[in-house]
Design a protein around this ligand. Sequence first.
Ligand code: F3S
Length: 390
Amino acid sequence: MMDGAEGYTVRKSMEILVALGDIYGAESLIDIGSVQVSGVSYSNLGDAGLEFLDELAKDGKVRVLTTLNPAGMDLENWQQLGISPEFAEKQNLVIKAFEKMGILVSCTCTPYLIGNLPLYGEHIAWSESSAVTFANSVIGARTNKEGGPSALAAAFVGKTPCYGLHLDEKRIPDIHVQVKAEFTKLSDWGALGYAIAKKAENKIPYITGIKKADLDELKSFCASVVTYGAKPLFYIRGITPGSEEQAEPKETVLIDQVDIKNAYDNINDPVTRIELVCIGCPHCSINEIAKAAELIKGRRIAEGTEFWVATSRSAKQLADKRGYSAIIEEAGGKFACDTCMAVAPLKGRFKSLATTSAKGCFYSRQNLMKTKMGSVEECVEAAVTGKWSS
Ligand code: F3S
């Protein structure tokens, strides 16, 4: 492979994987079960990125199930989201290159909800931080937080260097986080992720004091805790796999209601008028779409405000069948399939955002928006009034 016997792309990929392995002291490459590739939005790739992908697509074919992160637009209804034809043309070229490589054009950051669901203990090479954290912590699969190119390289070779979170000894938690706080809404999990990340810094938290957590809450927590600085692996005692086998680390920190409030204070900006409301970071599950539909039924999105539901195309198709999409669209809401508020080219277009997601706030600030984080109820209220009220 290194000598080029299997073509240009495999040789290039091996060069990347071997270089990474050397840097991190990997002793071998290991087989992987699947890959999730980030770096799909033309907004982030630009022409240089597109050229790089075209080059790889000439003879590169993936060897394992490979799914794609969100792109810079809804691949079908991009006009509806105000995307320019010039951007759409470039984005479609990016997608074509990925398609040519044999990658599933899934365009979602929740690949585990649409069929790319690894097994417990399986080695994978994923490169979307929230999905990496979910795979490591909630599923118990094993992956480092790959970059776009290293994930692609792993897909072309079917292997990844064995270091970091692939190894038992690197998956041992190193800080005990005692949680003494109440959670009443989805966004509280984003606030918890923020609070833990700030106290655990670049460590693996072992979390106690949480009695229950559903899939959407864990999904939201995964996105937040890694965005704000923790390692992409945590254990919640009694909830996530492997937590019973791990010992409580000696170093202990406490998270209480004051920390949760501080997290909201840090994530929220002083803004009242809301121009964009976006739920679905990470991409909405069907349950989240159902809830939004229930809340918005019979109401109308305010003039001058947009309401986006970011989700995978598969979840949208299910929502179509169950009638949720019609309810949301009748109210004036829009589906943002295949994309999200962070990777769509939104800089300068909206001045303010309301969302359920701590990660969504982090990236929207980079897109120069003022942010508010709250429950789905508060977000729907902001969408129909154009204002944040609490
Ligand atoms: Fe997904 Fe975009 Fe959030 S990629 S995790 S919806 S920032």
